[in-house]
Design a protein around this ligand. Structure first.
Ligand SMILES: [Fe+2]
Ligand SMILES: [Fe+2]
Length: 172
């Protein structure tokens, strides 16, 4: 965790052999978003766009991994830890759509760099909502989803499924 990040926000509680390990992914993804915002503040729109695209790809991989586990572990009940699966998939959709919007806005800044800082501040305001939403998603997964993944798997099964998250994606 970076020295600037609030202590205990992400990545604590990632005991080996538990799906709580995945909280470290959340921390890495959040840092990636902050790197995008650093670039925005520097008015380096090309870098801001690159950072966002890396985040979109990595967040998508992470969420697809989770959704694969929904299908494997909870598709019969349609719910996890008392919450409908759609709660989590709906939040994933919202996260994806928000990043697409930010990508569009950053591309516009790159195409026509503004003289005033106002459009950048507006984008940062929108992005602040995303950060709050991301933290809430992190909390729901920390408190509900990952413990349910742990309960739904044997130790060996858990190890194998967690390794899938750490495997590099196949080359396109
Ligand atoms: Fe997650
Ligand atoms: Fe998620």
């Amino acid at each position: 965790m970076s020295p600037d990040a609030p202590a205990g926000r992400f990545g604590d509680g990632g005991e080996p052999g538990s799906f709580l390990e995945l909280l470290a992914d959340h921390e890495r993804l959040f840092e990636q978003f902050l790197a995008h915002q650093d670039a925005l503040i520097d008015r380096d729109y090309g870098r801001a766009l690159d950072q966002l695209r890396v985040l979109e790809r990595e967040l998508d991989e992470h969420m697809r991994g989770e959704e694969q586990l929904f299908a494997e572990l909870f598709s019969r009940t349609g719910e996890v830890a008392g919450a409908p699966l759609q709660l989590f998939t709906g939040e994933h959709r919202h996260l994806r759509e928000s990043l697409q919007e930010f990508e569009r806005a950053t591309r516009d800044l790159l195409a026509a760099p503004p003289a005033s800082a106002r459009p950048i501040v507006e984008l940062l305001d929108e992005e602040a909502l995303f950060k709050t939403f991301f933290r809430h998603h992190d909390e729901r997964e920390r408190n509900l989803l990952y413990p349910a993944f742990d309960r739904g798997t044997s130790a060996a099964d858990r190890r194998a499924k967690l390794e899938r998250f750490h495997r590099p994606p196949p080359k396109a």
